[in-house]
Design a protein around this ligand. Structure first.
Ligand SMILES: Cc1ncc(C[n+]2csc(CCOP(=O)(O)OP(=O)(O)O)c2C)c(N)n1
Length: 343
């Protein structure tokens, strides 16, 4: 059944509140630094920023254990990498296409993978990563690792048949997987209001998968919803589909003129900013002062500036390395015959 979760700061531990705030600040500072460099013409290719998704990313990240897997999807991924523990330096160098990046500069901003940190990465096309995530969840189930897979996707990605196929497998095999749909209202310029379901989590209903539709601008709400789903999956309760309703504060990519939006500036304003609203909420309750917030933000900015310097000074990969990393050994061995390396 689709339902709204109720989230209250008072029910959240001080440690969780602290981590949620910290992660949201880190994501914003990272993306602001990347944006500055992009404007200076330093960052190659497209830049998809997650302004507006910070609470959603922080909430799902803090709901997972380090050994749970995150299989990312959609275009707004930087925050998802950071909450899974990829250091800012490695993430920024990857965006710059440098050899010191997490994927030796070959992944770019949409294709970071870090199997040591159980970041599975992104399938090449939007909406196609949910079946590999189901396979990964099947491996956890068969090997009884106790680990859960969280797989993310955008509203646009849910229009692909591959997403729905994944839900069928997840339901049929009762897999330990949580599908989080970050609904920011747009697939590039296509309005999610035109999609058949009012709440995109409803796509799980015909299959009997538990669902939730959550205010993804509230980090506590998304943390609670994903935590409950992760715990259910871990204890054999099977998959969940969660819609995290967020706002895409910027264009699809930097440079997008957003002619499909009546007022792009309004979407970019504080009224739609999950970081500003969480800050205000914490300040109203006396959990945070202005000075504390500023100090935390300044700290994150200096870590991001260090990451930019590291990325700029790093070398591009040697051309000859183009032939490396083309094939990767299957995580669990060919046909599962590796004797069971536990992941
Ligand atoms: C199969 C496929 N079709 C089209 C594209 C081009 N494309 C890249 S991002 C995107 C929009 C994705 O929107 P959404 O799934 O809502 O994710 P968001 O950008 O909001 O994170 C599209 C259509 C693609 N990468 N793959």
């Amino acid at each position: 059944m689709v339902h709204e979760t109720t989230a209250s700061l008072e029910d959240c531990s001080a440690g969780t509140i602290e981590t949620l705030l910290e992660e949201m600040i880190r994501i914003r500072a990272f993306d602001e630094a990347a944006l500055d460099q992009f404007r200076d013409g330093d960052v190659p290719g497209f830049l998809h920023l997650c302004h507006g998704h910070e609470a959603s990313h922080a909430g799902m990240g803090t709901a997972m254990e380090p050994d749970d897997w995150l299989a990312v999807g959609g275009s707004r991924l930087h925050g998802q990498y950071l909450v899974k523990g990829v250091p800012m330096r490695e993430a920024m160098a990857e965006i710059y296409g440098k050899a010191t990046g997490s994927n030796h500069g070959k992944g770019g901003s949409m294709h970071l993978a870090d199997h040591e940190r159980h970041l599975y990465g992104h399938a090449a096309t939007i909406g196609s990563g949910q079946n590999p995530a189901a396979g990964l969840a099947l491996a956890q189930q068969m090997r009884e690792t106790g680990n859960v897979v969280v797989s993310t996707i955008g509203d646009g990605g849910t229009s692909r048949g591959s997403f729905h196929t994944a839900l069928v497998f997840a339901a049929t095999w009762n897999l330990p997987v949580v599908y989080v749909i970050e609904n920011n209202g747009f697939a590039i310029s296509y309005d999610a209001g035109n999609l058949p379901a009012d709440e995109l989590s409803a796509y799980g209903e015909p299959l009997g998968i538990p669902t939730a539709s959550v205010d993804g601008m509230d980090p506590v709400a998304i943390h609670e919803a994903v935590s409950a789903a992760v715990e259910r999956a871990r204890s054999g309760g099977g998959p969940t589909v969660i819609e995290s309703r967020v706002v895409r504060m910027r264009g699809h990519f930097e440079g997008d003129k957003q002619q499909y939006r009546e007022d792009p500036d309004a979407a970019a304003g504080e009224a739609h900013d999950p970081l500003a609203s969480f800050r205000d909420r914490l300040q109203d309750r006396g959990y945070l002062t202005d000075a504390e917030y500023e100090a935390r933000y300044a700290d994150a900015e200096s870590t991001a500036a260090d990451a930019v310097a590291y990325a700029r000074e790093s070398e591009f990969p040697e051309p000859a390395t183009a032939y490396e990393d083309v094939y990767v050994r299957p995580l669990y061995g060919q046909e599962g015959t590796d004797g069971g390396e536990e992941r």
